[in-house]
Design a protein around this ligand. Structure first.
Ligand code: NAD
Length: 296
C-alpha cells in the first residue's frame, strides 16, 4: 500500500483563494487592506526565507505587510520597546504583529512575545490566547497547529474517537495541537497522547496512533516500524540536511519513503504543513483586522 499524499501546497492555494475574496471585502469596506508587521531580529537564513514567504503570501491575498529588520545584537529591552512602538502604530497600521522566532540567544523570548498585545497576536503565542484555546474558546490559534487540523479536516480524516499521538510538546506546535484535537467539534474529539524527549517506549505509543504527528526537529525520528498500518502521518518537522552530493536539502521528522508504504496518508516535507502554516497566518491577520474593526 502506498499512502495518499496530503498536499499542503494545493490546500493552501485554495485557502488563499477564499481569503483573497474576504480581504477584498474588508478593503472595500474599510478603505484599507489588513496589515501585518513582522519583526526580524538577526540574519538567520531560514528565518529570512520564512519571513519572505509570509510577505509574498500576504501580498497574494491583498494583505499589506512590512518587515522591520533589527540587528542580532538587539537587546530584550530594545525588542520589547520596538514591539510596543509597533503596537502604538508608529510603524503604520498594525492589525497583526509577528515576532519571527528564534530570537537571538541572549534575548528573553517570552518577554518579547508577551509584549505583543493579545488582540494583534496573529501567532497565538500570548498567554491570553493560549488560555482561550485551552478553555475551548479559541481566538488566535497558533498557525502550525491550526494548519495540521485543517489538513486533517480537508482530507476527510476522522478525528472523533480516534487516537492521535503527537510527538513534541512545544508551546508553538505540540501543545496547541493537542488542545485542538481534543477539543469538541469538527477536527476534534480525538483521544490525544503527547510524547516528548522523556517519553519511554516511544515506538510502542506511536504504533497505537490512528493519527501520528511528528513535531520534533529530528530527521528520520519516525521510522516505518513506529507506524500503525493505515495511519495518517503528519510531518511538521523541518530539518536542513546535507545530501550525499553535498547539496542542502529539507526533510521532515518522518522517514518518508519507508513510512509511505505503511501509512494510509502522509504529508510531505516540503509541501505539507509549511504552506498551511503561512495560510493560517493570513487568516489570523484578517481575523485581527476584523476584530479591531468590530466586524466580528
Ligand atoms: P521544539 O524544539 O520547541 O520542540 C521539540 C519537541 O520535540 C520537544 O517537545 C521535545 O520534548 C521533543 N523531542 C525532542 N527529542 C525527542 C525525541 N527523541 N523523542 C520524542 N520527542 C522528542 O520544536 P518546535 O518549535 O515544536 O518545532 C518542531 C519541529 O517543527 C522543528 O523541526 C521545526 O522546524 C518544525 N516546525 C515546522 C513548522 C511548519 O510550518 N511546518 C512550524 C513550526 C515548527
Amino acid at each position: 500500500m502506498t499512502a495518499i499524499l496530503l498536499d499542503g501546497r494545493a490546500l493552501a492555494a485554495r485557502i488563499e483563494g477564499s481569503l483573497r475574496n474576504e480581504v477584498d471585502t474588508f478593503t472595500t469596506m474599510f478603505r484599507r487592506p489588513p496589515r501585518l508587521v513582522v519583526v526580524l531580529a538577526g540574519d538567520l537564513a531560514a528565518s529570512g526565507s520564512y519571513v519572505k514567504s509570509k510577505a509574498a503570501a500576504a501580498a497574494r491575498v491583498g494583505i499589506d505587510s512590512e518587515v522591520i529588520r533589527v540587528p542580532a545584537t538587539s537587546t530584550t529591552e530594545e525588542l520589547v520597546a520596538l514591539v510596543a512602538a509597533i503596537a502604538r502604530e508608529e510603524h503604520g497600521v498594525a492589525d497583526g504583529i509577528l515576532v519571527q522566532l528564534p530570537l537571538p540567544e541572549h534575548v528573553d523570548t517570552v518577554a518579547v512575545l508577551d509584549a505583543v498585545p493579545p488582540d494583534r497576536d496573529v501567532d497565538g503565542f500570548h498567554p491570553e490566547n493560549a488560555g482561550l484555546l485551552s478553555q475551548g474558546r479559541p481566538r488566535f490559534v497558533p498557525c502550525t497547529a491550526a494548519g495540521v487540523q485543517r489538513m486533517l479536516i480537508d482530507a476527510g480524516i476522522e478525528t472523533a474517537g480516534r487516537h492521535a499521538v503527537i510527538v513534541g510538546r512545544s508551546d508553538i506546535v505540540g501543545k496547541p495541537l493537542a488542545l485542538l484535537l481534543a477539543s469538541r467539534g469538527t477536527g476534534g474529539d480525538a483521544t490525544v497522547t503527547i510524547c516528548h524527549s522523556r517519553s519511554a517506549n516511544l515506538a510502542a505509543i506511536t504504533r497505537q496512533a490512528d493519527i501520528l504527528v511528528a513535531a520534533v526537529g529530528r530527521p528520520r525520528l519516525v521510522t516505518a516500524d513506529m507506524v500503525k498500518p493505515g495511519a495518517a502521518v503528519i510531518d511538521v518537522g523541518i530539518n536542513r540536511i546535507t545530501g550525499p552530493d553535498g547539496s542542502g536539502k529539507l526533510v521532515g521528522d518522518v522517514d518518508f519513503e519507508a513510512v509511505r508504504e505503511v501509512a494510509g496518508s502522509i504529508s510531505p516535507v516540503p509541501g505539507g504543513v509549511g504552506p498551511l502554516t503561512v495560510a493560517m497566518l493570513l487568516a489570523n491577520t484578517l481575523l485581527a483586522a476584523e476584530l479591531r474593526a468590530g466586524r466580528r
